[in-house]
Design a protein around this ligand. Structure first.
Ligand SMILES: Cc1cc2nc3c(=O)[nH]c(=O)nc-3n(C[C@H](O)[C@H](O)[C@H](O)COP(=O)(O)OP(=O)(O)OC[C@H]3O[C@@H](n4cnc5c(N)ncnc54)[C@H](O)[C@@H]3O)c2cc1C
Length: 448
């Protein structure tokens, strides 16, 4: 009787799972395992919300499917477990982060049987969408066009799992305390496990058709809030694409575009791994950033004096989520108003975002800093006051996170320093001039 082990990582679900479908199609007895990787956990704060989120998803699979749960370094644990169970193959879905690829290569080399990996996390991956000349796309719009042309029904078809072939393991579930962590303040609204993702999806579906009109306004419930579920695979991206395709509205098409942005950034990191550390465009290495620690700390704490920037930064610190518009505004503010290296902001987001994903976070930061491939041009600089007036016109969102401004009316709240409040840490007009000068080293690269 053929046997297999499925090693779950970014795919913490039973439904529509590529690795589980492949393993249960091939083998008659299939174990599943999740490893709490101590090399990843060691540097994290003891109340990390993501560890809480993962623990809940793992507990759910442990209860429903007898998931084996181990703690340690998967480089040793997975080969040892494969030997212990005597399986014919180990299956896992792709994780293209550079560190994960290196880890998987070590595991494959140490296994007594083959490691079969498959695509699951994105819809079209790696070199599946290339230009006619066989090169990767570095501009989103033609990439999206080619993605839509390339997409076949089987790319988004449900990967059917033969659940009757799953073998229940007998491992005890370690508690958060056993892992050295404490319960965090992760909001129940984030949803836990597959059921939590389905509840968020059900809540979003009636709103999907208006996503194009609502998604830019942090004060209203526009987006899906599914980012963390996509990140850890408690929902299948194929399921989301199927749902978007089944609606013809502008809202559904705009939402589908966002899911394609996700694939775009993943394939970029695959083809251009240097971007994880360096500007995508090498000539932007010549830009020299300021190193003002007090400014950086004010930005992290949400105390810059610009209300929309501060509200966004406080939302991130208090909840682990930040609205997409505010990610753009706060990233632009750090790089273009404070002149601080985008990599510092990227690292701060990586620590706090529930949905932190190397490819999307790096792509977003390089976009805002103008160092990316299809980025905001360096001379286009968000004005934090006009962004505030446009995207939070009543100041509803600002008042939620900056209660000290709740006495100001809709006109006043965007510039509290004109109404008795303290001056912001930098003057935007002066900062803008400094940024234009800072980017002068790459001026020849783009015409105004
Ligand atoms: C500076 C910066 C940093 C970012 N860091 C991350 C990150 O670490 N992880 C992350 O998933 N997204 C990141 N994004 C993209 C985007 O802001 C989030 O995906 C989105 O806000 C998550 O909220 P949601 O799930 O409600 O999204 P929705 O608006 O409902 O979108 C649905 C899904 O599409 C994907 N998506 C949406 N917008 C983008 C985008 N611009 N790029 C790539 N994928 C997208 C996400 O998976 C998202 O969950 C970043 C954007 C910027 C500007």
């Amino acid at each position: 009787m053929s046997t297999a082990l499925v090693w779950l990582r970014r795919d913490l679900r039973l439904h529509d799972s590529a690795a589980l479908a492949a393993a249960t199609a091939e083998a008659e007895r299939v174990w599943t395992v999740f490893v709490f990787d101590t090399t990843i956990l060691a540097p994290l704060p003891r109340q990390d919300r993501r560890v809480d989120f993962i623990h809940a998803a793992v507990a759910d699979l442990h209860a429903r499917a007898g998931l084996l749960v181990r703690v340690g370094d998967p480089r040793q644990i997975i080969p040892a477990l494969a030997r212990e169970l005597g399986v014919d193959a180990v299956h896992a879905s792709h994780d293209d982060d550079p560190a994960a690829l290196a880890r998987d290569a070590e595991v494959a080399a140490a296994l007594p049987c083959p490691l079969h990996t498959c695509k699951d996390h994105v819809v079209l991956e790696r070199a599946e969408v290339l230009t006619a000349a066989g090169r990767p796309y570095t501009v989103f719009t033609p990439y999206k066009r080619a993605w839509l042309q390339r997409l076949r029904p089987q790319d988004v078809a449900e990967r059917v799992v033969r659940a009757e072939r799953l073998v229940r393991g007998q491992d005890a579930l370690p508690s958060l305390a056993d892992l050295g962590f404490e319960a965090s303040d992760l909001s129940p609204a984030v949803g836990r496990g597959e059921a939590g993702a389905q509840a968020l999806l059900a809540d979003f579906l009636p709103r999907m058709d208006r996503y194009d009109e609502t998604r830019d306004f942090p004060g209203i419930k526009g987006p899906s809030y599914l980012g963390v579920h996509l990140r850890f695979g408690t929902v299948s991206v194929r399921e989301l694409v199927r749902l978007a395709q089944s609606h013809s509205s502008g809202g559904a098409q705009t939402w589908l575009s966002e899911l394609i942005w996700r694939d775009f950034y993943h394939q970029l990191l695959h083809h251009f791994p240097h971007a994880a550390r360096l500007p995508f465009k090498p000539e932007y290495s010549a830009v020299s950033w300021d190193d003002n620690e007090a400014f950086f700390e004010a930005w992290c704490r949400g105390e810059t004096g610009y209300p929309l920037v501060d509200a966004g930064m406080r939302q991130l610190a208090q909840t682990g989520y930040m609205h997409n518009r505010l990610r753009m505004v706060t990233a632009s503010f750090l790089t273009k108003d404070l002149g601080i290296d985008w990599r510092r902001g990227e690292a701060w987001f990586a620590q706090l975002l529930l949905d932190f994903d190397l490819a999307a976070n790096n792509g977003g930061w390089q976009w805002a800093a103008s160092t990316g491939c299809d980025a905001q041009p360096w001379f286009r600089i968000f004005n934090p006051v006009t962004q505030s007036q446009k995207f939070d016109p009543e100041g509803r969102f600002i008042k939620r996170y900056c209660p000290e401004l709740s006495h100001l009316d809709a006109k006043q709240i965007h510039e509290p320093w004109l109404h008795g409040g303290p001056a912001p840490i930098v003057d935007h007009a002066a900062a803008r001039e400094r940024t234009l000068a800072r980017f002068a080293v790459v001026k020849k690269d783009q015409s105004l």
